[in-house]
Design a protein around this ligand. Structure first.
Ligand SMILES: C[S@@+](CC[C@H](N)C(=O)[O-])C[C@H]1O[C@@H](n2cnc3c(N)ncnc32)[C@H](O)[C@@H]1O
Length: 209
């Protein structure tokens, strides 16, 4: 079964951030669930969640983890739904929502640069007014990396595939704002990662500039 050591290291700080930001009984869409470790960890510690995992096919490993771990020892009232096949570049694969949050970890630098705006646009479609978009991963600020390790990781990714790479947080924040997703926090996370927290504007809020 697929296993991520990084997930083991970052799941507790991510949990604490989600605990602080998610509303009660949150409906959460996770994009790029990978091994499913985040889904299981959050569902074991946050009560009343409806967690919808998803990823590119094949989903075998994700399904296997959820079969083994996805229904036992969960927090009160929490369920993990059957994982969905979701490629963010395919609008017909997006669930209708509405969701109270979209969480995605370490996906923006893996999916092609051209897919990232589609992730943001999809989030804007499926999030309820006032709901959260939570992007976890390494991000740079313009050309400036936040750590030498992130610069090296970026070069490594681009050498494998020029479409991959550590994304510019400023670009993301600007694109998100144009879709009505306003940055509310830029939280430092382990290993020079960050959590960018956006809130979908409510009806009646000022239109995005
Ligand atoms: C480095 S893994 C991260 C997995 C997991 N979220 C974690 O933190 O360990 C990147 C994930 O992004 C997913 N991904 C890549 N392109 C995608 C796309 N176009 N739509 C949805 N997910 C995508 C991959 O399938 C993979 O699960």
């Amino acid at each position: 079964m697929r296993f991520s050591a990084a997930c083991e290291r970052n799941q507790q700080p991510i949990l604490e951030l989600l605990r602080a930001w998610l509303p009660a009984s949150a409906r959460v869409l996770e994009v790029g669930s990978g091994s499913g470790q985040h889904a299981v960890h959050m569902a074991r510690h946050l009560a009343g969640l409806h967690w919808q995992p998803s990823d590119l096919p094949p989903l075998n490993d994700l399904e296997e983890r959820l079969r083994l771990e996805g229904s036992s020892a969960l927090a009160a009232g929490t369920v993990i739904a059957e994982p969905l096949e979701l490629d963010v570049t395919r609008p017909e694969q997006w669930p209708a929502g509405p969701f109270d949050a979209l969480f995605t970890a370490n996906t923006c630098h893996i999916m092609p640069a051209s897919a990232v705006p589609q992730l943001l646009a999809g989030a804007a479609r499926v999030l309820a007014p006032g709901a959260l978009l939570l992007l976890y991963g390494p991000f740079r600020d313009g050309e400036a990396h936040t750590a030498p390790s992130n610069a090296a990781f970026d070069a490594h990714l681009r050498a494998i595939d020029p479409a991959m790479g550590v994304r510019d947080a400023r670009d993301l924040i600007g694109q998100a704002a144009a879709l009505g997703l306003e940055l509310r926090a830029d939280a430092p996370m382990p290993a020079n990662n960050r959590m960018l927290v956006f809130r979908r504007q409510s009806r009646g809020d000022a239109p995005p500039r």
